[in-house]
Design a protein around this ligand. Structure first.
Ligand SMILES: O=C(O)CCC(=O)C(=O)O
Ligand SMILES: [Fe+2]
Length: 321
């Protein structure tokens, strides 16, 4: 909508905000997750309307630029990487074994969820099919800089495989205050997010504050977790070709509705960097104070270099760890 002289700037702003965030809860978190075509939003609009305010979004087709889009499927993985192994909950499986389980061809044992492959180390051949990783939106991403490729900073570029009803084991916020990008490439997955400010209703586990103590979010024992009755979960489905952006600090969980394949990666830049640094301290100090100080120093220098790189327009490419 164009602003014109017959309406005031205030009205114009109001109408324009309503257009972008049509359903508001009292704390300004939309009651629905917006789903849009990548052509409907610029990178700048994404930054201002979703990344900065921390509002989740589903892109209908941002991953169309990836070779993986339309290619990744159970049959494709069987034919290319059927023998590739990974360990899930302490048991080693081949790709063929996982796919037989999730597709119901093997009913002799439970289907674990999530079955994950760390792409840079376990399926490096596929990385070229996920380029550019940012899809034009997930940038700047300091996790693609060589500073944060070295060592473990809570980030991962992973393939998730799941079967019907496979539930992510807990409701959580992602480690290190990273924002997550979940790219659904095969099958449909159901996600649930909780509006900001509802952590109290989700009972963060003492000592593991990133994880809810509620064991089964679909059947909450309200006698044990009475505050949960105030929670307003938002549940929606992400289908093949769609990408879900989960801003840092957003409580979420997922359930595979059918055989699914997705690729998840994280985003770090100057917006979440201060909270990231705080988490580096919290997590590393459990190992040793000296380690935590060294890690903080390294991350702080890395962050400063990346910030400078953003200012002078350094292009980071490829993938992160
Ligand atoms: O796709 C899923 O199962 C959710 C993954 C997730 O939230 C995570 O790995 O942190
Ligand atoms: Fe997560």
């Amino acid at each position: 909508m164009e602003c014109n002289s017959e309406i005031t700037v205030g009205q114009c702003l109001h109408v324009s905000l309503l257009r972008h965030f049509p359903f508001k809860s009292p704390n300004r978190f939309p009651m629905e997750v917006r789903k849009i075509d990548a052509s409907e939003i610029t990178h700048e609009q994404f930054i201002n309307e979703h990344w900065k305010p921390g509002i989740p979004l589903v892109f209908k087709n941002a991953s169309k630029v990836w070779g993986a889009n339309g290619t990744f499927s159970p049959d494709w993985f069987r034919s290319k990487f059927g023998d590739r192994k990974t360990t899930v909950e302490g048991t080693e499986y081949t790709m063929n074994e996982i796919l037989d389980l999730v597709e119901g061809k093997d009913t002799s044992r439970p289907v674990p969820y999530p079955c994950k492959y760390h792409l840079p180390t376990q399926l490096p051949e596929t990385l070229a099919m996920l380029s550019p990783l940012s899809m034009g939106f997930a940038k700047p991403n300091w996790l693609e800089s060589s500073w944060f490729k070295r060592g473990y900073w809570g980030s991962a570029l992973e393939l998730f495989i799941g079967g019907p009803g496979g539930k992510f084991p807990y409701v959580h916020v992602d480690y290190y205050h990273l924002s997550a990008w979940i790219n659904q490439l095969y099958g449909r997955k159901q996600f649930t997010v909780w509006p900001k400010g509802q952590e109290e209703y989700l009972y963060p586990e003492p000592g593991n504050e990133w994880k809810s103590a509620i064991p089964d979010i679909e059947n909450v024992d309200l006698e044990k977790f009475p505050k949960y009755k105030n929670a307003t979960p938002i549940t929606f489905i992400v289908g093949p070709g769609e990408t879900l952006f989960i801003p840092f600090g957003t409580w979420h969980t997922a359930k595979s509705l059918e055989p699914t394949i997705s690729v998840a990666f994280d985003l770090l830049n100057h917006h979440n960097f201060p909270l990231f640094l705080k988490d580096v301290w919290t997590f590393k100090k459990d190992q040793s104070k000296a380690r935590a100080i060294a890690a903080m120093g390294y991350a702080a220098v890395g962050g400063a270099v990346c910030r400078l790189g953003d200012m002078i327009g350094v292009q980071r490419g490829g993938t992160h760890n």
